[in-house]
Structure formats: structure tokens, C-alpha cells
Design a protein around this ligand. Structure first.
Ligand code: BGC
Length: 738
């Protein structure tokens, strides 16, 4: 986005700057707390989703009575403006309402699902997309988004991997922070700042069996080293709020979890923002068997440190009587209200904050197309089948996902208009002209197992020079409560590939999905595979340009792709066993058990490696990496080492490459350490024939981890580093930390 075009908004925004520094805010909160009744305090702690459009008289009455501090996913822009007017002008204390909404990967303009965005490894672009989503949302009176979701996700059965930034704590920390900076902008009190929310705190992605909402068992060393890292980074980035998770963590529900919410978040991390529960998660403490009923649930959540209750009403219904019986403490209520009011002050809501003007649509579309382009991962490209030539005479396009505006947006796109979405079919027709593109959806949706249209699909394929097959999962198969026990292509998709393979035509699959799918046998029949996630509003043009080489694939996987569900969980940063399999153990055929031949940690009916490793992604060009170098053989307590390698573009086009630095070690520390961990990365552009030196500066603190005493430090010893194109390759070098 060009600054010039944003000037009018910046000037408008500046007019609403609140001058109140932190100290002033605390005094204003003190004064309000002194004047508030208990009911008014409990109202502030309550968030409702019940705001019909237009607002009913009953809700207006409740707002006047200060029954609610916040609404989520409710009302239209004008309803919100009207509700806010009532809250400010027609209530006893004039406390503004806080409007929250799930602005997850865009508002009007939909960017790729977060898992797709993460595959771009493009911190700046991801931040820019979040900024634009914030501009669109705040223009309609929204103050707060429930994003980013920074749950480490290592189980593709879990439908919410779509909303995550993948399996790696470092990458999730960096990209989550980028989103937070984008949403919140320069300062929370700007009219176009959207308060962010680090969710779901914590361990939600570790749901057993990949079943949503399920229990998580996470030893503290793993909790701190992996699951909490992105949350700590979010806090350090100044995220305004945290949301508690639905699940239990080590048998204690996250929403009633003192250890997480007080010991760590408040006492260790000194977080002074606001904590909201997830949707009805306080009342669900009863279903968990952690509370004896709604009243007990309110008591336990308050005590644990949940400030605002989303949707269920146990706080409002029960805290008063709990207080009277000394089962709840006034100081806990005041603390919760203080955190809520502090957020409202920080957002400038007490100081006349108005909705900022909406950004020009064209700019957001450019960002959406760029991000979609960078998020697509080329998994396979036999004999340089892609890019296709624009001189192609006839192109067959098959599959409902080639032309499904709603599915292309993926999970969480409630504010977008599907009619704005540009599909691949539309983009291909624009690029090649109607006559050269022949399209049939074949099925009603991705789950359809009908073969009735196969004959027609085969006819079109035979009459074409190449076949574009749009495979995958429709939007509604990933996201919340969309766990799967099978990860294969649903419906009759595999069968169609089998039949198409017999035509001998070049087959190119574009897979749209919210998670890694397993398609090992199918992949063998395909000449090329582009993994496009749910790419959002501009996914169609992005894919069309990639197919025809106007752009070059550069996305890399941020979650390991298993060969079959039986390998799950599979992630690159695992510990070694005492009997790690070696290169001789590779090549196990899939499915049919072979004669057991050794005693290593593997399967007898499937390779132990993933189908595609973390960090993997091809390009239309090729890159050659030199051996890894290190600037000094040892690293003391201060200073840093430079770890580097040369990356040569050895193919025939200029392109971006995501260069990754992995480190392992030390050997001989107080705990065993993962075989590799991502420590840094960079997206670089390398011209055809060019070689670029890429160096990463690593301090001792970058190597820190939780040791057996739960201290965070880099223990001395020998470490190993790889500058590599993905987590399975690279030529390593060792260095010593003193
Ligand atoms: C989800 C949250 C979401 C909330 C509000 C819950 O079901 O878990 O991620 O922000 O609903 O819509």
C-alpha cells in the first residue's frame, strides 16, 4: 500500500488520538471502579452474541442497563454505531461497548487461510494483510479480532490446523507477531487499530487423536519449549488480549487454569492486557467435570483469572451470591474489570474513537493476490510439466473447487461476499479466452462420490492438451469441529484420477484444502501438484498466473505432510530414539507389511519419513545450496556467530527462495534435544544464474531451551547447523557453545 493514498485516513485517525498515558488511564479506571455498582462490573465482564439487526428494544434496554461490556460477531456497522451511541450517551457511566469479531484471515477481502499464509514465510506481507483486514473491519466499527490463532498444530486430523501457522514454535512466533503488528497498527488508540487476541491459550492444538476440544497432555518442558513460545512472543509484541482454550491441559481446563493464567501469564510474563474465555468455555467447566455446576464454574474461572466471559452467563448469574458467601473475592472482580476498562481506554473508546474510512478495495486485492501466490506450494513437477505454455490449444478443467467462490475462501469468512471471489475458472478464461478452456465440475462438492459425470470428464480430457484437476476439501471440511479420521481426498476424487491417468494426458492437480491430505498413490499418477490451501478472494488469478509461469511457486510447507494417517503425529522437530532408522531403512512399500528386517524405530508397512517434509516446496527453477559455514568455531556467553551458505539459482528463471536455518544440539546436555529446530529463515530473490550468500546471526539466547530444571538457557556443548531448503536437507557444520 502506498502511504500517499492512506494520508487522508491517517489524518482522520490522528484526530482521535487519545492523549492519556498509562498513568492517566489507571486513575480514570480507579475513578470508574469507585462509582460502579456490582451489577455494572459484572456487566462489563459479560460478552454477548445476541444483537439482531436491527437491534431489538430488549437489547437496547439491556445496553442502557449496562448489562453487557462487549458483543461478539453481532450487528451491522450501523447497529454497532447505534449501540455505541446508547452506551456512551444513555447509560449512567457512559462506558463504551467493545465490539469483537472473528476477523481471521481478512474481512471483506479474504486472504489465504492462516496455514496457507504461513507457507509464504513472508512476515512483511502477512503483516500487511492483517493491517488491511484491520482497516476494513475498523471501518465498520469493529474494535477487536479473535486472531491470531497461534496454537502449535502437529496433527492434520484436527480441522483447526487451517487456522494455525503450522507446527513450528519459532515460525508461529514470528508470523503470529507479524499478524499482531498488522492488526494493531502503530498504536491501539488509532481509529484503524484492531486489538488482537492470542488464542487459544493453551495447548489446544495438542488435542488427543486430533479430535477438536479434546484433552491435551503436555509435560511442562514441552509446554514451555513448544506450545507456549508463540504466546510469549505475542505478549512481547504487545498483543492486547488472550483467549483461553476449550481443552484441558494436564487435566485442568485451560479456562480454569490458574497455572497458565496467573502463574505464567500474569506473574511470569507480566501481561497487563485482558483475558477472554472462549465461547461458553466457562460454563463448559461443568461438562469437563471440573466444576459442579454453573455457579462453581464462575467461581473457578474468576479465581483462575478469566476476565471476560464469552456467551455463557455464569459470571453475571452467580458472582454476586458467591461474593456474598465469600466464595469469590471482590479484588478478583475488580481486577477483571480493570483489565477490561484498560483495554477500552487503550483503544480510545472513551475518547471519541470513530470508525475510520474503509481502504480502497483495489489495494487489498493486490495484497490478496500476492499472498495467495506466495502461499501456494509446488509439491511435484515431473519433467518441468509446469509452467504451461500460453499457446496451449485446449485446456480441460475439472472439479467443483475450480469454480466455487465460497469454498475458495475457506473457514471463517463471514464478512466477505462470495461474489467478490475470483475463481480459477474465471481467471483461466480471462487468460486464455473462453474457447480454449473447457470446464466441468464433475461433482456437486468435494465429498460427492458419484461417477455419473466421469464419461463427460474423460471426453473433455481426451480432447485437451492438458488437464487441470481441482482436488481437495471444500471449506466446510476444515476449521472448528471439523476433525477427520481419514486424510484422503474425499468422495470419488481418487477414482477419477485413476481413470484420467489411462488417457495419457498430462495431469496437473491443484489441491485446495484446509489441512495436509494424504494422496500418495494418487500423486504417482499426477505430473504436477500445486497445493493451494483455501487461497481466498484472489486465489483464482494467483493460481492461473502460477500455472502459466507469470509467477513462480515459492511457498514452503509449514506442517509435515504424512504418508498416511497412521504416521500422525509426525513433525520434523522430534527427538531421536535410541534406534533411529537409517538410509537403509528407506523404501518400505505402502500398506503391505514386509518381512521385518531390523530393530529400528519405523513401520514395517510404510516409510518412516513424511510424504513431504516441513519446509519443503519446489520452484520452476532449481537452487543449489553450498555447505553450511560458521564464522567462529565457538560461541561464548556474549556475542554471536554468523551461520551462512551460498544459494545458487541453477535453473532458467529468477525466483524467490525461502532459505531456512536449522540447529540441533547440544549433544550431552541435561535433556535430549530435537533432531533439528528452525532458528531463522529468509525469503530471498535470486536471479537466474546468480549466487547469493545468505547469513544468519545467531546469539546464544537464540539457542536457549528449557532444560531438565526448567531453566531457559543454551547449555554448553556441540551444536549442529544447517542452512537448507527444507528440514530434511542441507550440509551441516558443527560449532561449540562454551
Ligand atoms: C472459537 C474461537 C472463536 C470464538 C468466537 C469459538 O468457538 O473457538 O476461536 O474466536 O468461537 O467466534
Amino acid at each position: 500500500m502506498r502511504i500517499g493514498s492512506r494520508l487522508p485516513f491517517l489524518i482522520a485517525a490522528a484526530a482521535y488520538l487519545s492523549a492519556a498515558p498509562q498513568e492517566g488511564i489507571e486513575k480514570r479506571i480507579d475513578s470508574l471502579l469507585r462509582r460502579m455498582t456490582l451489577e455494572e462490573k459484572l456487566g462489563q465482564m459479560s460478552q454477548s452474541t445476541e444483537m439482531a439487526s436491527p437491534i431489538t428494544d430488549e437489547i437496547k434496554r439491556q445496553i442502557r442497563a449496562e448489562r453487557w461490556g462487549s458483543f461478539l460477531n453481532a450487528g451491522s456497522a450501523s447497529d454497532r454505531a447505534e449501540a455505541q451511541r446508547i452506551a456512551l450517551k444513555e447509560t449512567r457511566l457512559g462506558i463504551p461497548l467493545l465490539f469483537g469479531r472473528d476477523v481471521i484471515h481478512g474481512y471483506r477481502t479474504i486472504f489465504p487461510i492462516p496455514l496457507g499464509q504461513s507457507a509464504s514465510w513472508d512476515e512483511e506481507l502477512i503483516s500487511k494483510a492483517a493491517r488491511e483486514a484491520a482497516l476494513e473491519a475498523t471501518a465498520e466499527g469493529i474494535h477487536w479480532t479473535f486472531a491470531p490463532m497461534i496454537d502449535i498444530s502437529r496433527d492434520p486430523r484436527w480441522g483447526r490446523v487451517a487456522e494455525s501457522l503450522g507446527e513450528d514454535p519459532y515460525l508461529t512466533s514470528v508470523l503470529g507477531a507479524a499478524m499482531i503488528r498488522g492488526f494493531q497498527g502503530e498504536s491501539l488508540n488509532r481509529a484503524d487499530s484492531l486489538a488482537a487476541c492470542a488464542k487459544h491459550y493453551a495447548g489446544y492444538g495438542a488435542a488427543e487423536g486430533g479430535r477438536d476440544y479434546n484433552s491435551a497432555w503436555i509435560p511442562e518442558i514441552l509446554l514451555r519449549d513448544v506450545y507456549l513460545r508463540p504466546f510469549r512472543a505475542a505478549r512481547d509484541t504487545g498483543v492486547a488480549t488472550f483467549m483461553t482454550a476449550f481443552n484441558t491441559v494436564n487435566a485442568v481446563p485451560a479456562t480454569g487454569n490458574r497455572f497458565l493464567l496467573r502463574d505464567i501469564l500474569r506473574n511470569e510474563w507480566k501481561f497487563d492486557g485482558m483475558v477472554v474465555s472462549d465461547y461458553q468455555a466457562i460454563s463448559e467447566l461443568t461438562a469437563h467435570g471440573y466444576a459442579t455446576g454453573p455457579r462453581d464454574a464462575a467461581r473457578r474461572a474468576l479465581e483462575a483469572g478469566v476476565n471476560m466471559e464469552m456467551v455463557s452467563t455464569t459470571y453475571f448469574d452467580h458472582l454476586k451470591s458467591l461474593l456474598q458467601e465469600n466464595l469469590a473475592a471482590m479484588k478478583d472482580i475488580d481486577e477483571a474489570v480493570r483489565n477490561i476498562l484498560r483495554l477500552k481506554f487503550r483503544l480510545g473508546l472513551f475518547d471519541g474513537r470513530q470508525a475510520a474510512p474503509s481502504p480502497p478495495h483495489g489495494e487489498t486485492l493486490t495484497t490478496a493476490e500476492r499472498l495467495a501466490t506466495e502461499s501456494v506450494v509446488l509439491l511435484k513437477n515431473d519433467n518441468g510439466l509446469l509452467p504451461l505454455k500460453k499457446t496451449i490449444a485446449r485446456l480441460a478443467v475439472l472439479g467443483p473447487l475450480a469454480d466455487s467462490q465460497a469454498d475458495q475462501m475457506g473457514t471463517w469468512a463471514m464478512d466477505a461476499n462470495a461474489r467478490d471471489v475470483r475463481t480459477p475458472v474465471a481467471a483461466l478464461r480471462e487468460l486464455l479466452g473462453n474457447e480454449r478452456v473447457e470446464y466441468t465440475p464433475v461433482w456437486k462438492n468435494s465429498r460427492d462420490s458419484s461417477t455419473a459425470q466421469f464419461a463427460e470428464a474423460l471426453r473433455i480430457a481426451r480432447e485437451s492438451d492438458a488437464v487441470l484437476l481441482f482436488l481437495g476439501e471444500e471449506a466446510n471440511m476444515s476449521g472448528e469441529a471439523r476433525s477427520r479420521a481419514f486424510l484422503n481426498l474425499p468422495g470419488a476424487q481418487e477414482q477419477l484420477v485413476d481413470e484420467l491417468a489411462a488417457t495419457g494426458k498430462p495431469l496437473i492437480a491443484i489441491i485446495m484444502a484446509g489441512r495436509p491430505l494424504t494422496f500418495h498413490q494418487t500423486a504417482e499418477k499426477l505430473g504436477a501438484i500445486l497445493y493451494a490451501w483455501h487461497p481466498g478472494t484472489m486465489g483464482g488469478p494467483a493460481i492461473a498466473h502460477l500455472l502459466f509461469g507469470d509467477s513462480t511457486p515459492s511457498g514452503k510447507l509449514t506442517i509435515s505432510f504424512p504418508r498416511s494417517v497412521g504416521q500422525v503425529p509426525i513433525y520434523y522437530a522430534h527427538l531421536s530414539t535410541g534406534r533411529p532408522p537409517g538410509p537403509n531403512d528407506l523404501g518400505t512399500p505402502m500398506g503391505t507389511p514386509e518381512n521385518p528386517k531390523d530393530y529400528t524405530s519405523r513401520y514395517i508397512d510404510l516409510d518412516f519419513t513424511p510424504e513431504y517434509p516441513f519446509g519443503y516446496g519446489l520452484s520452476y527453477t532449481t537452487f543449489r545450496y553450498s555447505a553450511t559455514r560458521v564464522s567462529a568455531a565457538t560461541l561464548g556467553s556474549a556475542g554471536s556467530v554468523i551461520i551462512s551458505a551460498d544459494v545458487a539459482n541453477t535453473g532458467n528463471r529468477s525466483a524467490d527462495e525461502v532459505v531456512q536455518l536449522y540447529v540441533s544440539g547440544p549433544a550431552g546436555g541435561s535433556v535430549a534435544r530435537p533432531v533439528r529446530e528452525l532458528k531463522a529463515f529468509r525469503r530471498i530473490h535470486v536471479r537466474q544464474g546468480e549466487t547469493k550468500a545468505v547469513d544468519f546471526s545467531i546469539r546464544r539466547s537464540d539457542l536457549a531451551y528449557y532444560n531438565n530444571r526448567l531453566e531457559f538457557s543454551a547449555e554448553p556443548g556441540t551444536y549442529r547447523a544447517w542452512v537448507a531448503p527444507d528440514s530434511s536437507r542441507g550440509i551441516p557444520i558443527d560449532f561449540v557453545v562454551k
